[in-house]
Design a protein around this ligand. Structure first.
Ligand code: GUN
Length: 201
């Protein structure tokens, strides 16, 4: 078994109604978790909290801002760790990418991920603990690949999805890019696929 997402079973992209039209607020139990753990709203959607940032640092070589034909060396923490939560009132994590690969570990609930590779390939898979129906509980998203996620209804965790994410080198906004709406999606996957995925852009 591998955490390589290319090997995960393909899933059709069929969001349920509360993904298209979010609930006004989270169910009480998820509201309690958000409060107790002091999770905050993430700009991409959902809630999160950084729970660890390595005090040690490392160098990262990355394309230079303004001239990507050159590289520059920057300093980053060695790793970061977050909780990330999707809830019926914030059921979508919109497309974004990081230059570094990100390791995801499922904690509770169910969801679906959609990855868009630079060559236009689209990969979508379910996350959950029921491996017999193709759900995965650990997955690694390569650097430079756009990622979005949305909730799949589940009784086990009150229609929520709770995961942990580890980034090496540690998270820095300089390494992170949001997709520029449906227009950018269209240029990567073409108009037909972009229309299907527009709710995630
Ligand atoms: N701050 C804002 N977004 C993030 C994220 O995705 N990870 C971490 N570690 N910090 C953040």
């Amino acid at each position: 078994m591998s955490a390589n997402v290319q090997e995960a079973a393909d899933a059709a992209i069929e969001p349920v109604s509360f993904v298209r039209v979010p609930a006004p607020e989270p169910p009480t139990s998820l509201q309690q978790l958000i409060h107790d753990w002091q999770l905050i709203k993430h700009r991409e959607g959902g809630y999160f909290k950084e729970t660890d940032r390595s005090p040690s640092t490392m160098e990262l070589e990355k394309p230079q801002k303004g001239d990507s034909s050159k590289t520059e060396t920057v300093i980053r923490n060695q790793s970061t760790l977050i909780y990330y939560l999707l809830t019926p009132d914030s059921p979508i994590g919109k497309f974004h990418k990081n230059i570094n690969r990100i390791t995801h570990i499922l904690q509770r609930g169910k969801g679906q991920y959609v990855l868009v590779y630079p060559d236009g390939q689209v990969k979508s898979f379910r996350v959950g603990f029921d491996y017999k129906i193709g759900e995965v509980s650990q997955w690694v998203v390569p650097g430079g690949v756009f990622k979005a996620s949305f909730l799949v209804p589940n009784e086990e965790f009150h229609n929520g999805l709770l995961i942990s994410e580890v980034v090496v080198p540690g998270f820095d906004f300089e390494d992170h890019t949001f997709m520029k709406g449906e227009d950018e999606l269209k240029t990567i996957v073409g108009p037909e696929k972009a229309a299907e995925l527009a709710f995630l852009a």
